[in-house]
Design a protein around this ligand. Structure first.
Ligand SMILES: Cc1ncc(COP(=O)(O)O)c(C=O)c1O
Length: 419
């Protein structure tokens, strides 16, 4: 370990009481194949603290009722708890108003809602939609479906070998036919933090609408929607230590008001007759049917939990972990990091000479170390780097420097097996 990383480690460990934080995460206290679990797959889903587990349990034990339409006490309580999450999400994202925050199943549904409800009325033949070379499939396929339906064209901002977007190429792609620029804030496969403010400003100057996929940003870095000024922003609850099946889509009010509903059903209407239906005001116009009430309440507890730790403190600690991990992995002979952008968050993706990522993942699992192997739902990224798959260790604030040491030791063992 270099003197610098020793200092980084010492300062961060002193500032951030990770051992105490780990006490909040019951799942971390177990052995896998006889070894302490080292969970390095938080980009896929984050583990849940007692605060979230207890909030969901309490809802089912004490408050369980459907929301919005009930006058009875339980319904009032569950409605209040569910709606309180919207207020918490407003603070978390620094959104202007909670009416702009729509509960969705997750990032995937957030993007599909926009590609359908905004895309169908606004995109026509010959229009263009810009995404980037490092998108998750959930920010590629919905736009491809829209382009196929409308005879529109999908354009892609290229990246360099470090995994950074080529902004001068982006500038060239923008033109009067550009209707939408949809880009990830942080890449799940590479860890790159994209210059989203600049991307949004350039798109707006060209008259295009913007969507930012915040799935990998919300858990790790500050998101300030008033500053960013994106038209749409979406993230998944399960990656911010909340439950699965719940997420948030933020939208600009004027756009949301002009968009037709995504789905029809209960709760999204004002008046229904067989001749004509009028729709509820925002955000309910986009929330048909009984939602994931428990999930919404769990997400509120997750945002409270993150808020207590402080997203800046989380970002600083994870950055120190990432730097330590980058340096440690770089010293392993035959290991190549995939994604070496200057601005990165929480992802260590790599390949090892002569060893398939699935074998690495399986052998690490035998040592209690959970990493993800495969294309990470970003096949074009794998194609760009000319690899079939990578091994991805992804970090969260409950990981320790010791766990990175365990990963390094585990990888040396993998190498021995294949020597
Ligand atoms: C960058 C990015 N976008 C979108 C998604 C999709 O999120 P979800 O599956 O929660 O809808 C993910 C999930 O891994 C992601 O990492």
């Amino acid at each position: 370990m270099s003197t610098l990383s020793k200092q980084v480690k010492a300062v961060s460990a002193a500032d951030f009481d990770v051992e105490r934080i780990r006490e909040d995460f019951p799942v971390l206290k177990q052995n896998i194949h006889g070894k302490p679990l080292v969970y390095l797959d938080s980009a896929a889903t984050a583990q849940k603290p007692f605060a979230v587990i207890d909030a969901i349990r309490r809802f089912h034990e004490v408050d369980c009722a459907n929301i919005h339409r009930g006058v009875h006490e339980l319904s009032q309580r569950s409605t209040a708890a569910y709606e309180e999450t919207r207020a918490k999400a407003k603070r978390f994202l620094n959104a202007r108003s909670k009416d702009q925050l729509i509960f969705v199943r997750g990032t995937t549904e957030g993007i599909n809602l926009v590609s359908n409800s905004w895309g169908r009325p606004n995109v026509k033949a010959g229009d263009e939609i810009i995404i980037s070379a490092m998108e998750h499939h959930s920010n590629i396929v919905p736009w491809q479906l829209l382009c196929a339906e409308k005879d529109a064209r999908l354009r892609v901002i290229p990246m360099n070998e470090r995994g950074e977007l080529l902004m001068e190429e982006y500038e060239k792609l923008l033109n009067p036919r550009t209707r939408m620029v949809a880009v990830t804030h942080v890449s799940n496969a590479l860890g790159t933090i994209n210059p989203v403010k600049q991307i949004v400003d350039m798109a707006h100057a060209a008259g295009a609408v913007t969507l930012i996929d915040g799935a990998q940003a919300a858990p790790h870095i500050t998101v300030d929607l008033q500053e960013l000024d994106a038209d749409f922003y979406t993230f998944s609850g399960h990656k911010v230590v909340g439950p699965t099946g719940i997420g948030i889509l933020y939208g600009r009010k004027s756009l949301l008001n002009a968009m037709p509903p995504y789905q029809g059903g209960g709760d999204m209407i004002k008046v229904v007759t067989f001749e004509k239906t009028t729709y509820a005001d925002l955000p309910y116009k986009f929330e048909a049917g009984t939602p994931n009430i428990a999930g919404g309440i769990g997400l509120g507890a997750a945002l409270d939990y993150i808020g207590r730790l402080g997203i800046e403190a989380i970002a600083a600690y994870e950055h120190a972990l990432l730097e330590y991990g980058t340096e440690a992995l770089s010293r392993i002979p035959g290991l190549r990091l995939i994604g070496t952008a200057r601005e990165k968050a929480s992802v260590l993706s790599f390949v090892m000479e002569g060893i398939h990522p699935h074998d690495i993942g399986t052998l690490l699992d035998r040592q209690g170390i959970a990493v993800r192997t495969g294309h990470h739902c970003a096949q074009p990224v794998m194609d760009f780097f000319n690899v079939p798959a990578t091994t991805r260790a992804s970090l969260a604030f409950y990981n320790t420097f010791g766990e990175i040491d365990a990963l390094v030791a585990g990888l040396h063992k993998v190498k021995e097996v294949f020597a």
